[in-house]
Design a binder for this molecule. Structure first.
Ligand code: NDP
Ligand code: OXD
Length: 323
C-alpha cells in the first residue's frame, strides 16, 4: 500500500518531514510519499493523510480507500467540492483533547481571576487588588460539547465552575447527565443555555448551520447578571463561526466584557485588524490545540492495520452534517 501525505499549511508544527518521519516509524515497511516532494503513481495510493491539501488533489487518486484528516476540524477539506466519496476519518485523540483543555482552562481562569486587569496595573507599577470570586460563582457554557468540549468540561467542574454543555442533538439521558454538568441540546434550548452563561467557550465545528452564529444576536442573550460584570467569549472552534465586526461593537458597548480568540475570519489575522490592539481581546494564532504528529501517526497506523484486517474505521465524519 502507498500512503500519500499532503500538508499545506504555515506553522512549524506542519513540517511535512516531521510528519513523514512519524508515519515511517508507525508504519514500517510501507511506502509513504509526500505530495510536492516525491514522485508517485496516483493509482498506487490507497490512503491519504492530509491537512488542507490543494483542492482537486484527492480526486486524482483512482484507488483511494480512506482519507485521514490530520486535525479535528474538517471544514477546509469539505470545502473541496471534488472530494472523493470515500470514508473520511478525523482526529479524536487524548493528546489533542489535553491541549485544548489546557487552552480552555487557561483562558477561563485568566478572565475569572481578572489577569488582564492585573497585568495592566503592573505595567503602570500600580498595586491594585481586585475582588476575586469563587469559581462556583461563575457559569461557564461550552457551546459544542463534543470530544474536546467534554474533556475541558470535566476539568472546569473539578476547578469548581458551574458548567453547562450544549450539543446539536440530544446525547445524554436527561436523568444521567455527565457528572456535574448541566446539558442543553437543540436550537430551541440555545436561549436557555446562553441565559445562564457568563463565560461562553465555543468548540463547535464550522458547518453551514454554525457559520456566523457568534453574532450580536447571540451575544445579547448571554447572562447579564454575572459576577464578572459582562459576559466573556472564548472561541477556539473556527473563525468562520464569528462575526468580528459584532464582537468589536459588543465589546465597545458592554454587551461583551472580554474575548479570547484563537481563530479568525481570515487567518493569519490581518495586521490592520482592530482585534490585535483591543484592550479587552486576547489574540492567539490558531494554536489552541496543535495536532501531535507522533500520537496521530500512531492512531492512523493502527486504523489502517485494523481496516486491512476487515475492522471498522473509527471517528468517521458524517459528510451530510459537515463534521
Ligand atoms: P466534535 O464533533 O466531537 O464536537 C462538536 C460539538 O459541536 C458536538 O457536541 C456537536 O453536537 C456540536 N455542534 C455541531 N453542530 C452544532 C450546531 N449547529 N450548534 C451547536 N452545536 C453544534 O468535535 P471536536 O470536539 O473534536 O472539535 C470541535 C472543533 O474544534 C473542531 O471542529 C475544530 O473546528 C475545532 N478545533 C480547533 C482547534 C484549535 O487549535 N483552535 C484544534 C482542534 C479543533 P452533537 O454532539 O450533537 O454532534
Ligand atoms: C484542528 C485544528 O481542527 O488544529 O485540529 O484547527
Amino acid at each position: 500500500m502507498t500512503l500519500l501525505l499532503a500538508i499545506e499549511s504555515g506553522g512549524d508544527n506542519w513540517s511535512t518531514e516531521r510528519w513523514r518521519s512519524h508515519f515511517a516509524d508507525a508504519l514500517p515497511g510501507r511506502r509513504i510519499v509526500v505530495h510536492g516532494a516525491d514522485a508517485y503513481r496516483p493509482g498506487d495510493v490507497r490512503f491519504a493523510a492530509v491537512w488542507k491539501p490543494p483542492h482537486g488533489l484527492l480526486a486524482t487518486l483512482p484507488r483511494l480507500e480512506v482519507m485521514f484528516n490530520l486535525g479535528a476540524g474538517v471544514d477546509a477539506l469539505l470545502a473541496d467540492l471534488s472530494l472523493p466519496a470515500v470514508p473520511l476519518v478525523r482526529v479524536i485523540n487524548a493528546d489533542l483533547a489535553q491541549r485544548m483543555t489546557e487552552y480552555v482552562t487557561l483562558h477561563v481562569l485568566l478572565h475569572h481571576r481578572r489577569l488582564p486587569t492585573l497585568i495592566h496595573a503592573q505595567s503602570l507599577c500600580q498595586w491594585a487588588p481586585k475582588t476575586q470570586w469563587a469559581a462556583s460563582a461563575v457559569r461557564v457554557g461550552i457551546l459544542g460539547f463534543g470530544a474536546l468540549g467534554q474533556d475541558a468540561g470535566e476539568v472546569l467542574v473539578r476547578l469548581g465552575f458551574k458548567v453547562a454543555g450544549f450539543t446539536r442533538s440530544p446525547k445524554y439521558d436527561a436523568s444521567r447527565p455527565p457528572d456535574g454538568i448541566e446539558m442543553f441540546a437543540g436550537a430551541a434550548r440555545l436561549p436557555a443555555f446562553l441565559a445562564r452563561t457568563d463565560i461562553l467557550v465555543v468548540l463547535t465545528p464550522l458547518t453551514s448551520e454554525t457559520r456566523g452564529m457568534l453574532d450580536r444576536r447571540l451575544f445579547s442573550q448571554l447572562a447579564r447578571d454575572g459576577v464578572l460584570g459582562a459576559p466573556v467569549l472564548i472561541n477556539a472552534g473556527r473563525g468562520g463561526l464569528q462575526v468580528e465586526a459584532d464582537i468589536l461593537a459588543c465589546l465597545d458597548d458592554g454587551t461583551l466584557g472580554a474575548a479570547s480568540l484563537d481563530v479568525f475570519e481570515r487567518e493569519p489575522l490581518p495586521v490592520d485588524s482592530p482585534l490585535w490592539t483591543h484592550p479587552n481581546v486576547i489574540v492567539t494564532p490558531h494554536n489552541a490545540a496543535d495536532s501531535d504528529p507522533a500520537s496521530i501517526a500512531l492512531d492512523i497506523a493502527g486504523q489502517i492495520i485494523d481496516y486491512e484486517r476487515g475492522g471498522k474505521l473509527q471517528h468517521t465524519v458524517q459528510r451530510e452534517l459537515g463534521y
